[in-house]
Design a protein around this ligand. Structure first.
Ligand SMILES: [Zn+2]
Length: 257
């Protein structure tokens, strides 16, 4: 059975470690730093078979060169020549095989233009989404436009609600504080805040979350939901009715929150 565990890196990154019961091979997602990966593999007696990259930011690819020198590994990643170590450059419609499981590639431009996500459909669907969808939030729009990012998030929102969402940062409490400002009367959100605070007080990861939870509490997936629009209107913040306009408003508010 597939195991997925977070390897903490830097101050708030998670490098996801994927391995199975056969116990001899592992993959990692977005290794911004090599050393925590090397240490974890050594502790577990695993070797690295491959790496999955979502986008070009340094805190996602910084450890790639060192890992590739040390292990003979395959590297899945986007069509971005800046990331030299990629062996399999992927676009929408392509798939990646990881430990016998198929992950379909979804292009999710917005945070960066090269950003891709990986989705495994099955009994327990898995989404590896880097800095696009976060627990309770979404990535900043650095290279794309607000409508582009909104469209990317809508594509992820359409996946099965049981999908477990593996994002690349522990930003959840800050994201939920913002979400609570946007929708102060969202009961599911209040409950999530309490649970996340308890989880963090034990120093545990709040991710993965599920898409069902994100749909109920993440303002960036709720831009077409009447309750969210009503909450914006009540605070004098609604600047337009379309999903793209609502997204741009909420994202702009978060950027200065
Ligand atoms: Zn990033």
């Amino acid at each position: 059975m597939l195991q997925i565990e977070p390897i903490p890196a830097f101050s708030d990154n998670y490098i996801w470690l994927l391995y199975d019961d056969t116990g001899n091979g592992a993959w990692v997602v977005d290794p911004g730093d090599a050393q925590p990966v090397i240490d974890t593999l050594a502790r577990k007696g695993l070797t690295l078979l491959g790496v999955i990259i979502t986008h070009h930011h340094f805190d996602h690819v910084g450890g790639l060169e060192t890992l590739c020198e040390r292990y003979d590994c395959r590297v899945y990643g986007p069509q971005n020549p800046e990331i030299g170590a990629i062996t399999d450059r992927l676009s929408a419609g392509d798939s990646a095989e990881v430990l016998g499981l198929r992950f379909d590639v979804i292009e999710v431009p917005g945070h960066t233009l090269d950003h891709i996500a990986y989705f495994h459909d099955g009994e327990n669907p898995i989404l590896l989404c880097g800095d696009t969808l976060f627990a309770g939030g979404c990535g900043r729009v650095f290279e794309g436009t607000a409508p582009m990012m909104h469209n990317s998030l809508q594509a992820l929102a359409a996946l099965p609600s049981s999908t477990r969402v593996y994002c690349a940062h522990e930003y959840t409490l800050a994201n939920l504080a913002f979400a609570s400002a946007v929708e102060p009367d969202n009961a599911a959100l209040s409950e999530r805040v309490a649970q996340a605070q308890e989880t963090r007080s034990r120093n545990e990861a709040t991710v993965p979350s599920t898409l069902a939870l994100e749909l109920a509490t993440n303002p960036f997936l709720r831009c077409e939901v009447p309750e969210l629009k009503a909450a914006l209107r009540a605070q004098g913040k609604l600047q337009g009715e379309t999903g793209d306009e609502v997204f741009a408003t909420v994202r702009g508010w978060k950027d200065n929150f």
